[in-house]
Design a binder for this molecule. Structure first.
Ligand SMILES: *Cc1c(COP(=O)(O)O)cnc(C)c1O
Length: 474
């Protein structure tokens, strides 16, 4: 029994309405509250498994009333919390087209595969990687970092590890990253069977970059203890403060120590699209692999993570399988020599490449890069305002687009927490709270292409007003 309508008239009309409604929603986003509590809507929406059909109009009405208004705010220009992409109308349209095609981009011989290959080729060019490099869309940088960890593990222990397991090699692998590295790095080591405790969290310098002297000392100490250093992870934009490690120096150390050199560029790697920001990433082109997200600073709709790998053959050797149902044909639909399922953990995969292809083509890397530069300029202005305002204190250097600061007070820790919570409730601007050197700070990640100086002014004025009111009540 087909699920297609007998007559397409009604769904066509409703579909056009949906599209118009979403354009209106996006066009007016800055006038809407940044956030509303979903609690009431949740109680209205939750129901038993639907056995009987509802009219699509009624389902859509529920969407409009109880889902659409209750987002997490990341589209709003006042959103500065965590590190989240803002999406674009182009990405939205491309996502609809991809859903219409319902392509399974695990393999076989069809155009969706070619589009993903095209994006891989563009990424080779963007990062100056060689022709034999490979790449793949994954859910996000968490998954990309995991893939990179498996590749580094295989390089250190040999491909037999895929069959024999890590223990059979009789070696204790050790990886290195700064103490500011993202939490998915220790988890990647955990998932790869190496163990999260085998990550050495190296201290940072005053710019929040990995301390090179400590790094070298840690590698030497581990070798002396009979352990096997195998992987060095550099950060291109740390999640807390946006610092970028000295990637060139890390490449030198990795080379001298025969370590796999991986870059977690979840936030910052796409800054390669900007001529102005690219120099900050110097050395990234020497890495063995790069994990990054199109869904953060390049605003491709969630999810669109990516792993780029210098040694493409090694990537294939890490994942390819000879399962009978994946047999390649000489010609026809089951042909094709590039099957994504050979390069990563997933078999069935969506067409993430299409929304990325559309975004890159429709905006161009110049405009995407310019939007990142503008974010950095706003972050710098915010930092300047904080430095000029005695009631506020800058708590970390600003390398890219993230500003960590505090309300100045003897009880600053609790005040910062209250201020951020009150800002979220007021829903005009939303920074987040993070912990730096053991103390809570207000963190504004300026990522949104819709954010302007007005939003920065609102943030500063609101923090000051709340700081004064809340501290008086302490
Ligand atoms: C966001 C982030 C990650 C994780 O990326 P996901 O896309 O959320 O999986 C990893 N590293 C850094 C530095 C990040 O900012």
């Amino acid at each position: 029994m087909t699920l297609d309508p007998k007559d397409w008239t009604d769904i066509r009309t409703l579909g056009h309405h949906m599209l118009d409604d979403m354009f209106d929603f996006l066009a007016d986003i800055k006038h809407a509250p940044l956030w509303r509590s979903p609690d009431t809507a949740k109680s209205l929406l939750l129901s038993a498994l639907p056995e009987k059909a509802s009219s699509l109009n009624a389902v859509y009405e529920q969407f409009q009333n109880t889902i659409l208004p209750y987002g997490s705010g990341n589209l709003h220009p006042g959103f500065m919390g965590w590190v989240q992409g803002a999406g674009t109308p182009v990405g939205m349209l491309a996502e609809m087209l991809a859903a219409g095609l319902n392509a399974n981009v695990g393999g076989r011989h069809h155009m969706a595969i070619a589009i993903e290959q095209q994006v891989v080729e563009w990424m080779r060019a963007l990062f100056g990687f060689p022709e034999h490099a490979q790449g793949l869309f994954v859910t996000g940088a968490s998954q990309a970092n995991f893939v990179a960890t498996l590749l580094a593990r295989n390089r250190a222990l040999g491909l037999a590890t895929r069959n024999n397991g890590v223990a059979a090699a009789g070696k204790t692998l050790v990886a290195y990253a700064s103490c500011e590295a993202h939490g998915c790095i220790p988890r990647a080591l955990d998932m790869a069977g190496i163990g999260s405790d085998q990550l050495r969290k190296i201290k940072i310098d005053d710019q929040y970059r990995i301390d090179l002297t400590d790094l070298k000392a840690a590698i030497a100490a581990d070798r002396k203890a009979g352990l096997t250093p195998f992987m060095l992870i550099g950060s291109a934009g740390t999640v807390n403060v946006g610092s970028v490690d000295d990637l060139d120096a890390l490449a030198d150390i990795a080379e001298a120590e025969s370590l796999s050199f991986h870059v977690d560029g979840a936030i910052g790697a796409v800054a390669m699209m900007s001529r102005q920001l690219k120099p900050l990433m110097a050395g990234i082109e020497r890495s063995d692999s790069i994990a990054f997200d199109f869904h953060k600073w390049a605003h491709v709709p969630y999810d669109a993570g990516f792993i780029l790998v210098r040694d493409g053959a090694a990537q294939k050797a890490a994942f390819a399988s000879d399962a009978a149902y994946l047999t390649r044909a000489e010609k026809g639909l089951a042909a094709g020599d590039w099957w994504p399922c050979d390069y990563g953990p997933d078999l069935a995969r969506g067409f993430r490449a299409l929304k990325t292809w559309f975004t890159l083509k429709a905006y161009g890397t110049d405009a995407l890069g310019a939007s990142m530069v503008e974010n950095c300029r706003l972050a710098q202005s915010l930092a300047d305002k904080i430095v000029a305002q005695p009631e506020l204190e800058l708590r970390a250097p600003v390398a890219l687009n993230i500003v960590c600061f505090s309300y100045v007070h003897t009880h600053a820790d609790i005040l910062n927490k209250y201020i951020v919570e009150e800002l979220h409730m007021a829903a005009e601007v939303a920074p987040s709270l993070t912990i730096l050197n053991g103390r809570p700070v207000i963190r504004a990640a300026i990522l949104n292409h819709r954010t302007t100086m007005n939003n920065i002014d609102t943030l500063v004025n609101s923090v000051l007003a709340l700081g004064r009111t809340l501290s008086a009540a302490l």
